[in-house]
Design a protein around this ligand. Structure first.
Ligand SMILES: O=C(O)CCC(=O)C(=O)O
Ligand SMILES: [Fe+2]
Length: 197
């Protein structure tokens, strides 16, 4: 696993956007996507909001994804495997890069056909707790016509990343502007932030 962690970290250092293709095993991706689908069927996935810590605005012109927060207290074996993986990644990151991460938060994310998330930065304006953004995609068989790329706005160019199963993306929450382009079919992922307090 350390090799994949280093791939994510090294590409982050080189390009400001870390990408690792097999961060989640096929098995774990499958279980997590099944969790997400059953949460959706049980109407547990709710419209995501935007704003700072205290004011959350639900503006469907700005983002139209649905989310559900992961929690060890759900006692879901696959969710806990995911958290174990993140714990290992964070100790590796802290050990090799002195990042001092002390916590995290992750949600399941569903963009239904036609959904998007307009250009934004992840760190809240009045709160610097979120240090790194991390997204794990869960979609098998993604083709260009499906749209839904993560589009990173670098200073002089755009970088489009397709949301393919197992792939993880990692970048600084305070810096990079990015958006999720409109998706032409259901787009599923786990999105989260590594935090300091
Ligand atoms: O799903 C993605 O590719 C990015 C999601 C995102 O930018 C966010 O939730 O803040
Ligand atoms: Fe974001």
């Amino acid at each position: 696993m350390e090799k994949i962690f280093d791939q994510l970290i090294d590409s982050f250092i080189e390009n400001k956007v870390g990408i690792a293709e097999n961060f989640l095993s096929t098995d774990l991706s499958k279980h997590l996507i099944n969790n997400l689908k059953s949460l959706f069927n049980d109407k547990m996935m709710l419209s995501a909001g935007t704003g700072n810590d205290t004011v959350v605005v639900h503006d469907k012109m700005y983002r139209s994804d649905k989310i559900y927060w992961l929690d060890r207290e759900h006692n879901n074996i696959h969710e806990n495997s995911f958290f174990n993986l993140m714990d290992t990644f964070i100790s590796h990151l802290n050990r090799t890069c002195y990042t001092g991460i002390t916590g995290y938060e992750f949600h399941y994310t569903l963009y239904e056909k036609g959904a998007f998330y307009k250009k934004h930065v992840d760190q809240f304006r009045n709160n610097e707790v979120r240090q790194y953004s991390m997204i794990m995609y869960l979609n098998e068989d993604w083709i260009e016509e499906d749209g839904g790329e993560l589009c990173i706005h670098h200073l002089n160019h755009l970088q489009n990343i397709s949301p393919v199963s197992g792939k993880s993306v990692f970048f600084k929450s305070s810096e990079l502007e990015h958006e999720v382009l409109m998706t032409n079919k259901s787009r599923m992922s786990i999105t989260g932030w590594l935090k300091i307090n």
